[in-house]
Design a binder for this molecule. Structure first.
Ligand SMILES: [Zn+2]
Length: 72
């Protein structure tokens, strides 16, 4: 009789807390988003990091220069 839950402890994945949502995240090669639990959490964290580190105002591509450029 084989139970699918009868997994030896050595095969237990390392579980960490997802830095974004705090849920359990499998820290193993099977989880490409580690230490996050899923892709969304990774993207959210990267976005937060980017907005904090690069708080540069988006340069509005100078609309006047386009309309003012004398063409003829
Ligand atoms: Zn998460």
């Amino acid at each position: 009789m084989h139970s699918p839950r009868d997994i030896p402890p050595v095969f237990k994945p390392h579980v960490v807390k997802c830095p974004t949502c705090g849920l359990d995240s499998i820290y193993a090669a099977s989880n490409p988003y580690r230490p996050f639990c899923r892709e969304a959490c990774k993207l959210i964290d990267l976005g937060a990091w980017a907005s904090e580190s690069f708080s540069v105002p988006a340069p509005d591509a100078d609309p006047l220069s386009e309309f003012d450029a004398p063409k003829d």
